[in-house]
Design a protein around this ligand. Structure first.
Ligand SMILES: [Zn+2]
Length: 112
């Protein structure tokens, strides 16, 4: 069940990207921290605009889940990671801030 949910969330991400690719996107950059060692990587989201729901998505929402954050964290370094090793949770990775194309930085806060 949990695996199915993970696949659904990631499939949802790919679907959303496909839809939004058809619009013109300005993109944004998310700073993702691996909490175990404090390493921060910048993941550029080219296909999306920062919108009203985006902060929720990266904190309480599905992008803020460890499985997606780990995927983006590894992609940010050009690494590939197998779906099978991605695990859900909210203790291993944190989306700490977002850099918008206009130079503004938004700090992200997760309530849990
Ligand atoms: Zn997850």
């Amino acid at each position: 069940m949990r695996d199915e949910q993970e696949r659904f969330w990631r499939a949802g991400y790919e679907d959303e990207v496909e839809v939004i690719k058809r619009r013109k996107a300005n993109g944004y950059t998310v700073r993702i921290r691996r909490d175990a060692d404090g390493v921060v990587r910048e993941y550029h989201v080219a296909e999306l605009n920062w919108e009203d729901h985006s902060e929720y998505l990266w904190t309480e929402g599905s992008f803020g889940c460890d499985c997606n954050l780990e995927l983006f964290f590894e992609r940010a370094a050009g690494n590939k990671i197998e779906d099978e090793v991605l695990r859900c949770g909210n203790h291993r990775f944190t989306a700490i801030s977002v850099l918008l194309p206009n130079g503004i930085t938004i700090m992200l806060e997760r309530s849990s």
